[in-house]
Design a protein around this ligand. Structure first.
Ligand code: FES
Length: 647
């Protein structure tokens, strides 16, 4: 009872241990994940921890550096060869002498560099599927004719507790050579998240192998985003993106499905294209991180249902028509080489589950990242693309749906619309008195009414409006009375401002007159109204399913969400009324979810279980959808109040 109390951070796990217990053993027995490759020989340095000093009254612990054994010869030797940062200790070689608060460094901090405008810094606790285990194998003995592999398995069980080990067949012929090359010392990579639930030897190296990497990848219809991560420290080594080469088969998802339907080898061509792109991107992050791609041992992939199917070589035709049947919805595991991914021959690949026919593994990734199911607040999670994926829920219950927003939010179907690229207008303000606009252009550091704008803009030009500016300009037009609540441009305004120009039987707003004439037409406004009404109607359906009339917090995932201003989204009624401080853009949350599943296999079980429980709503089948849609055409809405917006 009077044994010292040890608290591990950031997990908060604690327990009492007899004086003299190695810190690593204490961590292990509490299920705190501390990396170790050398098995406590003080050579790998992976087990580093630090002591937090002070009086932790809340936990009734006074922790001090005197409560840990002083640096001994093993640590000294390690420090002299490999250097041990100040305050760090090797947990395998230091013992508990008194009460301690131990900090287990988690190098994966998802912050602003990874996630644009991240809500908060976030730490992903590590518990990777792959573990490196160094062992010293008995030399062959004529009196005990046990095979090399069998003796290696025996010591892996003895030193590391691995029972019932399986081995990847391609390694079997290599065991002999690797053991001798390493002079009977080898490092085995053990994968412990296989379908069979038996641990699996997936890699083998002579001597001490002290690094292994993983890939987290989000395959979007437009962009493929990737992180290269150290599985041992959790450090993000490199992050990069590339455009999805499937674009040449069709801009949006449905045109890619029709390409498959029209062309006998269409599916195969698109599968090949996306796999090549993923391989290319792996090459890029490896060059950037200066690592060998064969040191990659684990991968996690997310993507919308059509990207998911095409990547796996599954025909997506069924997803193009009701009942939008997924060929497979559960999580999947592969050997990476089975789907032509060039990494280590023993590398595994895990695909997150899909939620429904239009709500894919990317939405599952975003759900894992933002965690509506982990909290009491009613959270709305929206990923806007050609299809909006919508998740709404809390700890009690989560529901999901997709809504056919169409490509208007991405600048398509808009007369002067374009992708977010240099030259695109990204921000717009309209003076309520004069109705004169001011705007910002991507690639130009000034607002259009600032001195020197014309010179600064000369190099990129002003070429069109991107998605974020479409939202802003329509919202500003509404706020200044240029358009009515129903979205009609008021022709009478033409007398007040030369910016209101006739266009056939309707009127347009002249935003910019330069090399290109950029106007917002009545049709543009209609397209935005249709898109936002579809999104809102989908959200409204989910709110009804949940029996709530407001949401507590809103998360915008995806590129679109990173650029739009929540205030304008609410002015237009894209999203329901909510405290503006609770509306946040979370960047590529799907990719963050993939990263979490890569670094912690517990998150794989968490999302598998969550997705099983999520109630899927098919908007096309809901009779109320049409009614919500019609009401949502008005700005912000015909029937729903927006009290928080008024504040
Ligand atoms: Fe390798 Fe401690 S476990 S140095």
């Amino acid at each position: 009872k009077n044994d010292p109390l040890v608290l591990f951070m950031p997990s908060g796990k604690r327990g009492r241990f007899p004086v003299g217990t190695p810190i690593l053993d204490a961590a292990r027995s509490l299920g705190v994940y501390v990396e170790s490759v050398c098995g406590g020989r003080a050579t790998c340095g992976r087990c580093q921890v630090s002591v937090q000093e002070g009086n932790f009254a809340k936990h009734k612990i006074v922790s001090s550096n005197d409560h840990i054994s002083p640096i001994g010869p093993k640590e000294q030797r390690y420090a002299s060869v490999r250097e041990l940062p100040d305050g760090r200790r090797l947990s395998c070689s230091s013992q508990i002498l008194g009460d301690l608060v131990i900090d287990v460094p988690q190098d994966t901090v998802i912050n602003a560099q990874v996630v644009r405008k991240a809500a908060t810094d976030r730490v992903i606790e590590r518990n990777a599927a792959v573990q490196l285990c160094y062992v010293e194998v008995d030399e062959p003995d004529m009196h005990k004719p046990l095979g090399d592999l069998d003796r290696m398995k025996a010591v892996l069980e003895k030193d590391w507790g691995w029972k019932d080990l399986l081995i990847a067949p391609h390694l079997i012929p290599q065991v002999q050579g690797i053991l001798r090359k390493g002079n009977w010392a080898v490092t085995a990579a053990i994968h412990r998240d296989m379908d069979s639930s038996r641990p699996f030897i997936v890699g083998l190296w002579p001597g001490l192998k002290n690094e292994a990497y993983g890939i987290a990848c989000d395959i979007g219809s437009t962009t493929i985003a990737m992180h290269l991560v150290s599985l041992l420290s959790g450090r993000i080594v490199a992050s990069s993106g590339a455009s999805n080469p499937q674009i040449r088969f069709g801009e949006d998802l449905m045109s890619r499905v029709s390409y498959v339907m029209m062309n006998p080898d269409g599916r195969e061509a698109m599968t090949k294209a996306v796999r090549e792109a993923v391989n290319g991107l792996i090459g890029k992050v490896c060059t950037e991180g200066e690592i060998d791609r064969h040191d990659i041992l684990d991968m996690v992939i997310v993507g919308n249902p059509i990207m998911h199917h095409l990547f796996l070589g599954i025909d997506p035709t069924e997803l193009g028509q009701a009942p939008f049947a997924l060929a497979v919805s559960g999580a999947l595991q592969y050997w990476a080489h089975e789907i032509d991914i060039e990494v280590n021959r023993g590398a595994r690949l895990y695909m997150l589950p899909c939620i429904a026919g239009h709500v894919g593994a990317d939405a599952a990734g975003a759900t894992l990242s933002e965690g509506p199911h982990r909290q009491d607040k009613m959270m709305l999670l929206v990923d806007v693309g050609t299809n909006a994926e919508i998740v709404l829920g809390n700890r009690q219950r989560v529901v999901a749906a997709s809504s056919p927003t169409g490509p208007a939010f991405e600048g398509a179907e808009i007369s002067s619309g374009q992708r977010a690229a240099p030259g695109a207008i990204e921000r717009v303000r309209i003076d309520p008195e004069t109705l004169e606009p001011r705007f910002r252009v991507i690639g130009v550091e000034k607002w259009s009414d600032e001195e020197g704008f014309a010179e600064a803009a000369a190099s990129v030009g002003v070429t069109g409006i991107c998605g974020s500016a479409i939202i802003e300009v329509v919202a500003e037009m509404y706020l200044t009375g240029i358009i009515s609540q129903d979205g009609v441009v008021d022709g009478a305004m033409a007398a007040k401002s030369p910016r209101i120009v006739p266009n056939g039987r309707t009127f347009s707003y002249l935003l910019h007159e330069g090399d290109q004439r950029i106007t917002v037409t009545q049709n543009d406004i209609r397209a935005i109204q249709l898109a936002k009404a579809a999104l809102y109607a989908g959200i409204k359906l989910l709110m009804e399913k949940q029996g709530v009339d407001h949401v507590d917090t809103i998360r915008f995932a995806g590129a679109f969400g990173s650029f739009i201003d929540p205030k304008y989204a609410m002015v237009l009624g894209l999203i329901p009324d909510c405290d503006l401080n609770e509306v946040k853009a979370v960047g590529n949350a799907a990719g963050t979810g993939a990263l979490m599943a890569l670094l912690n296999r517990g998150h794989r079980r968490e999302i598998e279980e969550t997705v099983r429980k999520i109630e899927k709503i098919e908007t096309a089948l809901e009779s109320k959808f049409q009614e919500h849609f019609v009401n949502a055409m008005a700005m912000p809405n015909k029937v729903d109040a927006f009290p928080k917006l008024a504040e």
